[in-house]
Design a protein around this ligand. Structure first.
Ligand SMILES: [Zn+2]
Length: 341
């Protein structure tokens, strides 16, 4: 298979006119420079590094409520709405979110799953038949982690996670935890667990930044979620100087799971370069989850996104990386390629 157009090649997303050659094994064989007719822009498919698709049935509920009122168990609005919904309704909501994500160029999501083993099974059912790696970062029990793809802890102030941490390490799976979303109090205890990644980190103190750098812990930031819940914004540039950042859309009930929207907002809230934001939306999330895609270079699995560079929205763009990061939307997606071997 060959895809032609402006190819955003390698870790720097260097725009190359030419073609991507994909082998029968589903891997990228070559990126060839050539003069081509196509005005498409070929980019790696996205990895959404933090979602909660389980609350897809509660979109836009709770306008004006605080984070506590929205999500605190057991009686936060989200939990009340989830309790009222049937298993089928919940799965159907999740399936529709996954389908929308796939249509919007997302190849994988790292989903924090509540509801123990049953929660993992529901995500598996929801993802059945959708060409997207919906990874379950389970919680509730060690069994749930074993059934899933990793452990996704709520936060270090909620419980102790030492047993779960050890078991996840033994299973060779990643351990992620929310930290520093509302205040700084749970950052040190989260770092004590030696997590594979942190989520949010809106309120790190200088000592936390030093620890994040020393422990080389990646951080998944969720800017639109932080805007909606009004907890503040992560110090993106300071974090990016110290560690690898990835990007997540967080709860579906707060925001649509569109990586285009997340990238656009982050690009306008921060001074991070467009290429850095595109890495956050692709290869960095892939590395956290040990996925072999996220960049266009020989040997990688070919999970690719073909964007119409001549859409009414994008025609005339002078810088393809900035156009993809700051301006493109789901409407500009021409195709999402996920060949299997
Ligand atoms: Zn979260």
């Amino acid at each position: 298979m060959e895809l032609t157009g402006t190819v955003l090649r390698g870790r720097e997303f260097e725009p190359v006119e030419g073609r991507v050659v994909v082998g029968d094994d589903g891997r990228i064989e070559a990126v060839e420079e050539a003069s081509v007719e196509s005005t498409d822009i070929v980019v790696p498919a996205f990895v959404n590094a933090h979602t909660h698709v389980g609350d897809s049935i509660a979109k836009e509920a709770g306008g004006g409520l605080s984070l506590e009122e929205l999500v605190a168990p057991p009686d936060g609005l989200k939990h009340r709405l989830l309790r009222q919904a049937s298993r089928e309704e919940l799965i159907e909501g999740m399936r529709r979110s996954l389908r929308y994500m796939r249509r919007g160029g997302t190849a994988a999501c790292l989903d924090f799953r509540e509801g123990d083993v049953e929660g993992v099974e529901m995500l598996r059912e929801a993802a059945d038949g959708i060409d997207l790696d919906a990874l379950a970062f389970a919680r509730g029990s060690i069994e749930a982690m074993k059934a899933g793809d990793g452990f996704g802890a709520s936060g270090a102030n909620d419980a102790t996670f030492d047993r779960e941490r050890d078991a996840t390490r033994e299973a060779g799976k990643p351990f992620g935890i929310h930290a520093g979303e509302v205040d700084a109090s749970d950052v040190d205890p989260a770092l004590d667990l030696e997590p594979d990644f942190l989520v949010h980190v809106v309120h790190p103190e200088p000592a936390h930044l030093e620890r994040i750098a020393a422990q080389e812990v990646p951080v998944v930031v969720c800017p639109r979620s932080n805007l909606v819940t009004d907890v503040g914004l992560s110090p993106y540039e300071e974090l990016a100087e110290r560690t690898m950042l990835a990007l997540g859309t967080d709860n579906v009930f707060l925001n649509s799971p569109s990586m285009f929207r997340e990238m656009a907002v982050l690009s306008k809230l921060s001074d991070l370069p467009a290429a850095e934001i595109l890495r956050m939306a692709t290869v960095n999330g892939a590395e956290i989850a040990d996925l072999e895609y996220g960049l266009i270079e020989p040997g990688r699995e070919a999970r690719l996104l073909v964007i119409d560079g001549d859409s009414d929205n994008l025609a005339g763009a002078q810088d393809p990386v900035r156009a993809v990061v700051r301006r493109a939307s789901v409407d500009d997606v021409r195709d999402v390629i996920t060949p299997s071997a």
